[in-house]
Design a protein around this ligand. Structure first.
Ligand code: CA
Ligand code: CA
Length: 107
């Protein structure tokens, strides 16, 4: 067995360039800025709407509903942009339906 080659593969699996907990090989959204997410949504989080925090996607009670592993390493801002969601999602959080659609579209 070529142990040198094996070591390179392991190293690539553990790299997480943007620090969201999802390794680069599985991260659909590189460059996630978790610090920038703490100010959003711009108005308020509605019931059954979600926003990303450093812990993952939370609802208005603060319960974590999805992890960054679930969302492919994408923050709320990144999902809104990538899925071309309407401006209401930026104001009030991403609806549960839109989140489910995003996650189901990852595979
Ligand atoms: Ca990552
Ligand atoms: Ca990411």
């Amino acid at each position: 067995m070529d142990l040198g080659f094996r070591a390179v593969i392991v190293d690539s699996l553990v790299t997480d360039g943007d620090g969201d907990g999802v390794t680069d090989d599985a991260d659909v959204c590189p460059g996630t800025d978790l610090a920038a997410e703490s100010d959003a949504p711009s108005k308020s989080l509605k019931p059954n709407h979600l926003w990303s925090t450093a812990d993952g996607f939370v609802d208005r009670t603060g319960s974590v509903v999805y992890s960054f592993e679930d969302t492919g390493g994408c923050s709320a801002t990144q999902i809104i942009a990538a899925a071309a969601l309407g401006g209401g999602h930026a104001k009030f959080g991403i609806s549960s339906a839109a989140m489910a659609a995003w996650i189901s579209g990852l595979d």
